[in-house]
Design a protein around this ligand. Structure first.
Ligand SMILES: CC(=O)SCCNC(=O)CCNC(=O)[C@H](O)C(C)(C)COP(=O)(O)OP(=O)(O)OC[C@H]1O[C@@H](n2cnc3c(N)ncnc32)[C@H](O)[C@@H]1OP(=O)(O)O
Ligand SMILES: N[C@@H](CCO)C(=O)O
Length: 305
């Protein structure tokens, strides 16, 4: 949350120069507060795990957040029962008349397919278009970041020779970016994907900015200059053991899977991997909710129910 100080206090200029959010008294008195409405389009087969991971991060804020879970109607889920979806989820046609302050679109295990072969591709394209008018800021994770960059900006996803799998060190590309407020100069994020988006394809587009990347894992964080769309190619939300679970799953299937990099102590899969990205995951989501959602969204947003 911003600090409210007198408009003329000298610290205001110093803190603003350090990318600390200072709100002058005049704006503070004009600000109204209401709960934020966030929709989560959950494309993961492991729905309960992903819900928990994202809610843990979105809940780390002093602002009340109302969550609406959404699943694609045009996909029949193998791994989640219809009863569960009926109980906790809505479909796009049930929410498209509403407006949301924020939306999160998750990863999906379909990245090796062409976008057009994903059975909910038409539906998700409709949702992508709808977010432009009905959502203040949308956060796209992993596959959704590739799908969103392709749909909105024609950025292709490119197959990797080897799965990008592990916990990688990242650096910040631009200074004074609100999404990265409070970040260390070097920070970790897990990645788990067989495809990537390339710097040259993003740089071609004047609306996009690369905010953070990794020497080993490539592009991590891209945003539109107006902050309405955020694309994160990694899984900041992953639990400490998510990569171990994926590794064990693939090893049990007899797949030729390399150990996640920079993860198990001494690369020994029998040892417990420490989480080294949790603090920055929390910061990423609370910065997004604060600066890109709460500070930007209108008080009277329109239909909410
Ligand atoms: C790049 C990223 O975004 S990473 C995020 C993705 N990572 C994960 O989902 C990790 C967890 N998932 C898994 O480990 C596996 O998908 C499992 C264990 C849940 C299931 O694996 P399998 O049994 O081998 O595959 P299965 O045939 O059931 O399909 C798995 C999922 O692929 C997706 N899928 C497969 N084919 C299609 C298709 N044509 N169109 C759309 N989705 C598809 C679905 O999400 C499906 O699960 P769901 O029906 O429950 O939603
Ligand atoms: N994170 C995924 C890979 C991308 O589909 C997995 O290993 O399950």
């Amino acid at each position: 949350m911003p600090i409210k100080i007198p408009d003329t206090l000298p610290a205001k200029e110093v803190l603003a120069g350090e990318n600390i959010f200072v709100m002058d008294e005049t704006s503070a008195y004009q600000q109204d507060i209401r709960p934020l409405r966030i929709a989560i389009l959950n494309l993961m087969p492991t729905k309960e795990t992903t819900e928990t991971q994202l809610l843990r991060l979105v809940g780390n804020t002093p602002i009340q957040v109302d969550i609406v879970l959404v699943h694609p109607k045009s996909h029949t889920s193998k791994n989640t029962s219809q009863e569960y979806l009926d109980l906790f989820y809505k479909t796009f046609d049930e929410i498209e008349h509403r407006r949301f302050d924020g939306m999160i679109i998750t990863g999906a295990p379909v990245e090796q397919m062409d976008f057009e072969d994903v059975n909910y591709w038409k539906e998700i394209q409709e949702i992508f278009e709808w977010t432009k008018t009905n959502v203040t800021s949308t956060m796209h994770i992993c596959w959704a970041s590739q799908a969103g960059l392709y749909h909105h900006f024609g950025v292709p996803k490119v197959p990797l020779d080897e799965k990008c799998f592990g916990v990688f060190s990242h650096t910040i590309n631009r200074s004074n970016v609100q999404l990265l407020r409070g970040f260390d100069e070097v920070f970790n994020v897990p990645h788990s994907r067989h495809t990537e988006v390339r710097r040259e394809d993003i740089e071609k587009n004047e609306h996009l900015e690369i905010l953070a990347e990794s020497e080993e894992a490539g592009i991590f964080l891209v945003a539109t200059k107006d902050g309405k769309q955020i694309f994160a190619t990694g899984h900041a939300e992953y639990d400490p053991l998510s990569l171990k679970w994926e590794y064990d799953r693939d090893a049990a299937k007899g797949m030729d899977i390399a150990l996640p990099r920079h993860y198990f102590p001494n690369d020994d899969p029998s040892r417990v991997p420490p989480a080294t990205w949790r603090a920055h995951a929390n910061l990423l989501f609370s910065n997004w909710l604060n600066y890109y959602v709460y500070q930007e969204t209108p008080y009277d947003i329109g239909p909410q129910i």
